[in-house]
Design a protein around this ligand. Structure first.
Ligand code: URA
Length: 422
């Protein structure tokens, strides 16, 4: 077989056979197909898409490019969650210990963030001593004993995705439904979970802002999960405005701990509890997540999870040396705070990375003080901007310059959960 022939075939809109796709994914993983040919193939897929059979084979080949974990020895039912990423999306930090406290094992293998959306591992690494890397046996032991693990995916989990994602990131080929769906689902299926709840975001802070595209992505991923024996449900949730009050690593950990203590903001809790109920149902457990949260057992699971990975759950979180203010330019009612602008501001303050190898600041970020529907006067503080580097402040202010919509009338209440796809 010849890579050029297959690139040309896809460019012309032809369907690739199972044999051709398996050959391509093998070549991508082993490096026998060079980056420039893989990049050209990816761009052809962005334009031409993948048919249902092609997508099924492509995803199966990505799973088979590495190891599929076997979690069948656990006595707890396994269920995981994946979010397509957003601004202030710290849901996993609350959800993972909460669902573990309901009786499940939650094997959250996560990644680091790139661009304006934060990564779960970056957030957890704001906790002194906490480590993301676990051996296979540590991972299994913690899943059995604590029920909750948030850890870095190992190199042998869908290695084809590492190659493909790194190339997509630098070739403008991320925003493709079959490529996103196969990337996410190959990792989640290889992780070995029996149940999976997807939080597919739409709105300005999401990968795919258009709700119709979000819905198509959700349906595609649910179909892939079911085809591979993973009971999968998706909720389509609003990421047009930030979730909760904080965007930035330590700020989000602090907000998550408040949520576990019963003091979480209403929007964060609505999405978290809706996802928790779906996970508990998929795991076949008879537990009410709201009751488990109120009982303090989710907080106990959080503390055990952090401690098991070397962190001190009682240690104070790091704080920024500089805190500036973002103020309202006019009086009125807040109609909207743009999620993308807040994400870019947090990123410019140091919370995110521009290149994979960059470090992130644990302390940097945006802490909102006023919200959708609040009446404000010109000059009122809308948010605090946290950073250790004051030279970053002007760029963050610039990102926020048109983030705020101020109106005369009260806006419609936000509808956070737009759809459920199963
Ligand atoms: N997250 C992933 O893991 N893959 C994608 O393609 C997009 C988001």
């Amino acid at each position: 077989m010849n890579a050029v022939d297959l690139i040309v075939a896809k460019r012309e809109g032809d369907e690739l056979s199972d044999e051709q796709i398996n050959w391509l994914i093998n070549g991508v993983t082993s490096g026998t197909i060079p980056a420039e040919q893989t990049a050209a193939l990816l761009m052809a897929i962005v334009w031409r898409g993948l048919g249902p059979q092609e997508l099924a084979t492509w995803t199966a080949a990505m799973i088979d490019s590495g190891q599929r974990l076997d979690l069948s020895g656990l006595t707890r039912p396994t269920v995981d969650k994946h979010s397509t990423g957003g601004v202030g999306d710290k849901v996993s930090l609350v959800l993972c210990p909460l669902v573990a406290a309901c009786g499940a094992a939650v094997p959250q293998l996560s990644g680091r963030g790139l661009g304006h959306t934060g990564g779960t591992l970056d957030k957890m690494e704001a906790i002194a001593g906490w480590r993301a890397e676990l051996s296979h046996s540590q991972f299994l032991a913690q899943l059995q004993e604590v029920g909750a693990v948030i850890a870095a995916a190992t190199a042998d989990l869908a290695p084809a995705d590492r190659v493909l994602y790194a190339l997509r990131d630098v070739t403008g080929t991320v925003a493709s439904i079959p490529l996103i769906a196969s990337s996410i689902m190959s990792k989640k299926i290889a992780e070995g979970t029996s149940g999976l709840v997807l939080d597919v975001k739409f709105g300005s802070g999401a990968f795919l802002p258009d709700p119709a595209m979000g819905e198509e992505l959700a349906r595609t991923m649910v179909g892939l999960g079911q085809a591979h024996g993973v009971d999968t449900v998706a909720l389509l949730t609003d990421m047009d405005q930030p979730l909760g009050q904080a965007a930035g690593n330590a700020l989000e950990v602090a907000e998550s701990v408040e949520a576990l203590a019963g003091g979480g903001p209403a929007d964060l809790m609505e999405v978290t509890l809706a996802l928790a109920r779906e996970m508990v149902a998929l795991a076949g457990l008879d537990a009410d997540p709201a009751e488990v949260l109120a009982s303090g057992r989710a907080m106990d699971a959080w503390r055990a999870m952090v401690a098991a990975q070397g962190g001190n759950p009682s240690a104070p979180l790091p704080v920024a040396s500089e805190v500036d203010q973002w103020t309202a330019p006019a009086s009125g009612i807040i109609g909207r705070i743009d999620a993308l602008a807040v994400g870019v501001a947090a990123w410019r303050l140091g919370a995110g990375r521009a290149r994979k190898e960059d470090d992130v600041s644990a302390v940097a970020g945006v802490k909102l003080r006023r919200f959708h529907g609040d009446r404000v006067a010109a000059g009122d503080v809308i948010a605090e901007l946290h950073t250790d580097d004051p030279y970053r402040l002007p760029a963050a202010h610039e990102a926020l310059s048109s983030a705020l919509t101020i109106t005369d009338t009260s806006p419609e209440p936000r509808r956070l959960i737009a759809n459920r796809i199963a």
